[in-house]
Design a protein around this ligand. Structure first.
Ligand SMILES: CC(C)(COP(=O)(O)OP(=O)(O)OC[C@H]1O[C@@H](n2cnc3c(N)ncnc32)[C@H](O)[C@@H]1OP(=O)(O)O)[C@@H](O)C(=O)NCCC(=O)NCCS
Length: 178
């Protein structure tokens, strides 16, 4: 099937929410990563969707601005692929596309809380070992970081925090956080 990756559009919101409910469950809002997103618009230029040839939404990947040791960083996620189409490379395709875009736009540091086996091939490594700390409960092995620009982490240890006034943050949707 021909899959198209596009920057997220306002009309995608109503399809993304049910996909996230399906893949992560409604209790996802209790997670520490959601605390970091509360009241903060996602980074429009990095949020992408995968569509089938009929325009049906198959997957979504969003990013939020955060601070890591008081400096700008991006928080990857949520990443979700429609259950019937998982394991066909759609998630990796979205990740490859969005991370390339993040580098092009000069973002230096990317944080994710997710399965290390999935993210390691993209260069993510332990954020705990790198000296970063999440502001709430998180499984340490799932907390990972990627230097989009080499050397960004040098001398940069400390807490991850919400970034409500990030430059360049723009609303993708009327509702804000997913
Ligand atoms: C996790 C998810 C985003 C992966 O997207 P996908 O399109 O299904 O995965 P891809 O086809 O790109 O990649 C498939 C590969 O990733 C592996 N993989 C899939 N989910 C994984 C996970 N949670 N942990 C580790 N590896 C995983 C598969 O085993 C497969 O490996 P292989 O190529 O060596 O066989 C998708 O399965 C999903 O939406 N899951 C539910 C929501 C979720 O858990 N999101 C996690 C974000 S951290």
């Amino acid at each position: 099937m021909q899959i198209q990756i596009l920057q997220e559009r306002p009309q995608d919101q109503r399809h993304i929410e049910p996909l996230l409910d399906l893949t992560f469950g409604p209790e996802r809002h209790q997670r520490t990563t959601y605390r970091l997103r509360e009241g903060v618009p996602p980074l429009a230029e990095l949020c992408h969707v995968a569509l089938d040839p009929y325009g049906t939404l198959l997957a979504s990947l969003r990013f939020w601005p955060v601070l890591a040791a008081s400096a700008p960083a991006i928080l990857l996620g949520p990443l979700a692929v429609a259950p019937r189409l998982q394991g066909r490379g759609i998630g990796r395709g979205l990740l490859r596309h969005a991370l390339a875009e993040a580098r092009r736009l000069d973002h230096g540091l990317c944080i994710v809380v997710g399965d290390p086996a999935y993210y390691a091939p993209f260069g993510f490594r332990s954020a705990v070992a790198a000296g970063l700390v999440m502001p709430g409960p998180v499984e340490p092995a799932r907390f990972q970081v990627l230097e989009l620009a080499p050397g960004t982490l040098e001398g940069r240890q400390g807490a991850v925090a919400a970034c409500p006034h990030a430059p360049g943050a723009a609303r993708v949707t009327g509702e804000g956080a997913a």
